[in-house]
Design a protein around this ligand. Structure first.
Ligand code: FAD
Length: 523
């Protein structure tokens, strides 16, 4: 049994920002299931959005965020986070790219009305932020790598989360108790066969929180990034939106531009619009490419993308990069307030695993590192100011030897294929019901004891649970909005659907409730 003041699960931007900003008298444990850098944060290319340019202000950033989020956002959360963005950027000022006068260079990305994306190393923003945060880790912070967290421990007398069970590399269960337990486990991109996400991002935190009884919101809203590098039938990494921001356009194999006449912003239209357009072309037998011929010094502006293309045998001198859309970002997650408080005392969620309402139905590019930095900082300030030791009244019994009746587990490869086909970029009642029916055969929605399973099998169970939550929510929402597109309900329906879908496990049953949205409906 191990005790800490603060237990943080995950090692992305949100986790490391929190850990490094907690006061040094706190005993902090970071549990991460792989290597510390194996996270989406490390892969982030484009940068961080903040209204700091001469022709920009928070109002414009707010308008762009609400527009991309299709007004499903929590306007108060958006306002608060965007107001803080310039200060958060200045905390990391030294690592961002600047011109010869020391002014931050501001890039452009889809659905931003002005240039407002700060970046580092051209297209290596995430890597530089994470390395900077790792360099700030102090002795009071212990990082446990290859530590797979799998079950939140709840003190039933106090209805409070008091810790988490985790399996080490040998598969041995370890018990970590803490006064504050924070999930920072990222989204669930790996639920789909084509994804930009790191291999570790499999929806674990959402499934753990669901099993513990937390409220889960907005799971139908998945962002599919329009441009993943496509080679030999597989996604080979992301081609940042900043490439289109610098002038690249999407074309067919014959060079026909595909975004003409689709949206006023053409190639910089919101991601769901671009993804659906590419998807339709591919479904109709076309190949789609990014034509980068108009970008001068491509290799200098995008060194990581260039290196990745070369590694995968793409000859950039031809000016064409083959692309395909793939799962990229989860707008929904564990329902929290701005600081990360969930519906369970003592349990917090920050970063992509959380649903604060910032992103609404579709994330505005480069707003998510920002959210992780914001929540990590905000929660650290709150814990520093309000820290209290909590006694454990009803210590959950260690029960590593419980043998569980094993249900059959879905094959991960098939699960991913089915999610793409039926709960992917284009959905319908028929496809979603097929998927629900397929998922129902496994009866894993209500697993309680996971100790007897291997890490690999628990991961399958977590992916199954997260896939079920997405399917359930997508079936409920009979309209199209942001990242959720239903071919049988192709339009937004503000009259009936200006609300959130919240799913919670109550008394072993799946309970669904609806909550009115509080943002201004300015269309
Ligand atoms: C290729 C790519 C490019 C991107 N570019 C940008 C960009 O330019 N700008 C932007 O704002 N956003 C970008 N994003 C999105 C952004 O990177 C993520 O939303 C953000 O980094 C998420 O940070 P996080 O701290 O919530 O989680 P992550 O960085 O995803 O980290 C999750 C952590 O949790 C750990 N973990 C998961 N499950 C467990 C478990 N069971 N036990 C223990 N540990 C666990 C993982 O190993 C990992 O360390 C990009 C994403 C990708 C994939």
């Amino acid at each position: 049994m191990e005790m800490g003041d603060v237990i943080i699960i995950g090692s992305g931007v949100a986790a490391l920002q929190l850990a490094t900003m907690l006061s040094h008298d706190k005993n902090v444990k970071i549990l991460t299931k792989s290597h510390i850098k194996n996270a989406n944060s490390y892969l982030a290319q484009g940068g961080i959005a903040a209204a700091i340019g001469d022709h920009d202000d928070t109002k414009k950033h707010l308008a762009d965020t609400l527009q991309a989020g299709r007004f499903h956002n929590n306007e108060e959360s958006v306002r608060e986070i965007l107001n803080e963005a310039p200060a958060l950027i200045s905390d990391f000022y030294e690592i961002f790219d600047k011109d010869q006068h020391g002014h931050l260079l501001l890039g452009q990305e889809g659905a931003h009305s002005v240039n407002r994306i700060v970046h580092s190393g051209g297209d290596a923003t995430g890597k530089h932020i994470i390395e900077h945060l790792i360099s700030k880790l102090t002795d009071n912070i212990e990082v446990e790598e290859n530590m797979f967290a799998y079950e939140l421990m709840i003190d039933h007398k106090q209805q409070r989360c008091v810790g988490v069970k985790a399996k080490d590399q040998r598969g041995i269960t370890r018990y970590f108790y803490g006064d504050y337990v924070i999930l920072a486990t990222g989204g669930c991109g790996q639920l789909y066969p084509i994804t930009s996400n790191a291999p570790t991002v499999t929806g674990d935190g959402i499934a753990m929180a669901y099993l513990a009884g937390a409220e889960i919101a907005d799971m139908e809203f998945i962002q599919f990034h329009p441009t993943l590098l496509f080679k030999d039938g597989e996604a080979k990494g992301l081609i940042s939106e900043a490439v289109r921001g610098e002038g690249a356009i999407l074309v067919t194999g014959d060079g026909v531009p595909i975004m003409e006449g689709i949206h006023p912003l053409k190639d910089l239209a919101p991601r769901h619009v671009v993804s659906q357009t590419i998807y339709n072309y591919i479904e109709n037998g076309h190949e789609v490419y990014l034509d980068i011929r108009s970008i001068k010094n491509f290799g200098k502006r995008f060194p990581s993308i260039t290196a990745n293309c070369e590694k995968n045998g793409i000859d950039l001198s031809e000016g064409k990069i083959p692309v395909v859309p793939g799962s990229h970002f989860l707008m929904g997650g564990i329902k929290t307030d701005l600081m990360g408080r969930t519906s369970i005392h003592g349990l917090f969620a920050i970063g992509e695993v959380a649903c604060t309402g910032l992103h609404g139905a579709n994330r505005l590019a480069s707003n998510s590192l920002l959210e992780g930095l914001y929540q990590g900082k905000k929660l650290s300030q709150w814990i520093n100011a309000n820290f209290k030791k909590h006694s454990i009244l009803d210590l959950p019994e260690p029960c590593p030897s419980i043998s569980t009746k094993r249900g059959s587990l879905p094959d991960v490869r098939v699960l991913k294929e089915m999610m793409m086909k039926r709960v992917g970029i284009v959905r319908s009642k028929e496809l979603l019901e097929e998927q629900k029916h397929w998922l129902d055969q496994f009866h894993l929605y209500d697993v309680t004891h996971l100790d007897a399973y291997s890490v690999q099998d628990i991961t399958r169970i977590f992916m199954y649970i997260t896939a079920s939550l997405i399917t359930e929510a997508a079936l409920c929402r009979t309209e199209s909005r942001g990242g959720h597109f239903r071919s049988d309900f192709p339009f937004e329906d503000d009259q009936n659907w200006y609300k959130k879908i919240i799913i919670q496990k109550r008394k072993g049953e799946v309970a669904i409730k609806y909550e009115q949205i509080e943002a201004a409906l300015v269309n």
